[in-house]
Design a protein around this ligand. Structure first.
Ligand code: AMP
Length: 294
């Protein structure tokens, strides 16, 4: 049976989703110009390109077995799907924002009956209910950020990443309702299926291995044997560095140096290399990692 996977057809998550499947070695072949679907893994997988907003429902109903979409969309849709993995891209926050001139510092400061516009009516209602605040939710299908200026709403619940769009519309964030990234969701029955389930987990593991490798580098260096304790502190790695003997130099005499290999965070690379040089490391090599399979 063909495994069916839905990914967003346009918008902010579309390109990154397709890229991830390609990097995971799924051999995606776009079969038509309009990008409605593609085949992958030698036709054993069909990838359907659909609206990000429709994906939770398609997954719940079994139209597709797996889907990739934003956590914000998954939470708003409130469908019965299995949440499987955080893909760590498509970062954004769902925030409550008020006009710059408002004195409100939190949801509690909004007047009773305030009008709050959002593309996320369900999450907005839930948030204000738990804050014990009665507001009137104005459901819009896009561009919530312009509603205060139009006099349609007093505040908005909207997605932001840089904050630029909010600032451009003279809005100020006061609360975060949700932090979102792209996620994999699965149809529950398919996941329990004896043939589909293992295949779904295989795809998931491939995607996760790419996500895990992002921001990591493989570092190799020759380090003085006498300073291995310090090297172990500099290269904590996943389970410490792998330490190997160098080929013997003179007869049976062991080299004063050993090779140390480790997976390191790209964010700390600059400091790591300098620290290794200080303990006398030579021949430091840093390589990209395509996948990390635990
Ligand atoms: P689209 O509206 O089709 O571009 O897709 C929007 C989805 O992209 C949202 O539901 C979020 O999951 C994600 N996203 C990531 N960053 C942002 C952002 N700054 N604003 C809106 N959506 C974002």
């Amino acid at each position: 049976m063909t495994l069916k996977i839905a990914i967003p057809n346009k918008g902010r998550l579309a390109d990154a989703s397709l890229e991830l499947f390609r990097e995971a070695g799924m051999k995606v072949e776009l079969t038509n110009e309009r990008r409605l679907f593609a085949t992958a893994l030698d036709r054993s997988v069909t990838i359907l390109f659909v609206r990000a907003q429709d994906i939770p429902e398609y997954v719940q109903d079994g139209v597709v077995h797996l889907g990739v979409t934003g956590l914000d969309i998954i939470e708003e849709a409130a469908r019965d799907v299995e949440r499987l993995a955080d893909l760590k891209f498509g970062y954004c926050r769902l925030v409550l924002a008020v006009p710059d001139e408002s004195s409100a510092k939190s949801a509690k400061d909004l007047p009773d009956g305030a009008r709050v516009a959002s593309v996320f009516p369900h999450l907005t209602k839930r948030f204000f209910e738990s804050a014990g605040k009665r507001v009137s939710v104005v459901e819009v299908s896009g561009a919530a950020e312009v509603t205060p200026m139009l006099g349609v709403a007093d505040a908005v619940v909207d997605l932001t990443s840089s904050g630029n769009t909010l600032a451009m519309n003279h809005l100020r964030e006061v609360e975060t309702l949700l932090v979102s990234t792209a996620r994999v969701v699965a149809n529950r029955a398919a996941l329990a299926d004896r043939t589909l389930g293992p295949k779904m987990r295989e795809v998931l593991a491939a995607l996760e291995s790419v996500v895990a490798a992002r921001g990591k580098r493989y570092l190799m260096a020759n380090v003085p044997r006498s300073r291995l304790d310090e090297v172990r502190r500099i290269l904590p790695g996943i389970s410490g560095p792998t330490v190997m003997e160098l080929a013997h130099v003179e007869g049976d005499k062991k080299s004063d140096f050993v090779a140390a290999h480790a997976v390191v965070d790209e964010a700390h690379l600059y400091d790591t290399v300098n620290a290794l040089k200080r303990v006398g490391a030579t021949g430091i090599l840093v390589l990209p990692i395509e996948r990390l399979v635990p």
